[in-house]
Design a binder for this molecule. Sequence first.
Ligand SMILES: Cc1cc2nc3c(=O)[nH]c(=O)nc-3n(C[C@H](O)[C@H](O)[C@H](O)COP(=O)(O)O)c2cc1C
Length: 262
Amino acid sequence: MIRNETIDAMMNRRSVRKYTKQAPSDDVVETIVRAGQQAPFASQMYSVLLSRKKKAPFGAPLWFVICVDAYKLERFMKVRGWDVVSNDLSLLLLGLQDAAYAAENMVTAAESLGLGSCYLGEGSMSGARIAKIAKDYKLPRRVLPMVELVMGYPDEEFAPRPRYPLPFALFEDEYPELSDDDVRAMMKPMDDGYLEQGYYSRQKVKIPIEDGRPDAFTFDDYSWTEHISRKWGQWVPSSADMLAALRERGFDIGPRSELSEE
Ligand SMILES: Cc1cc2nc3c(=O)[nH]c(=O)nc-3n(C[C@H](O)[C@H](O)[C@H](O)COP(=O)(O)O)c2cc1C
């Protein structure tokens, strides 16, 4: 793999969950957000909210919320005498990308300036979290909090977390048939990497099994694929709460709205 300063900043980035009290200067904050803005966009359908006053998770001095924002788009279209007719699902899918690419540019810019960061995805699973952010920041309708992002100077040191081996991420020309052995080969470096670093055993973190089945794993052999399986094998089976939150924010997607138009 080729290495240079940019690649190194990306390869050494880790989600940081412990920060010093040092407040980043205005110059640093503005540079990070400005670099975020320079990400590719479909229609700049995002806004970045920042709080330096609220007590942020992990003791971080900066607490951003990256939002999908169709409101500003519609405001400037109105100035030009246009209304949006595009469907909300397409707007949302594009807006999510605009917001995500900007957020990740911010993360990389922060890393290059010696800051660490961590995303917080509760808003993608909780209508209440979306409503709370909307209220706190007085968001107009058509602005949807997408992800929270805390930042600051790291107060912990550890190796970057592993990833799937490249042959399971890059499929040239054709998606391969994956045997169970292939899948195990994909899982192994993830689980071995997390076990070697002792991520879960150090923090004594395990997602409980909700249906009362016995838990076959101890903190010493519980690892990443088990952790992730316990999330998506148990959490938020219904989309009703999120669809209601989206409607509340002014985005009307899904079968109910399609039916009501007929
Ligand atoms: C959309 C999204 C949501 C996330 N939500 C959380 C979260 O709620 N809490 C948390 O501690 N980390 C969260 N993370 C950070 C991931 O856990 C982390 O990126 C992943 O485990 C890989 O670790 P690394 O970033 O150190 O390489 C989130 C990351 C993303 C991209």
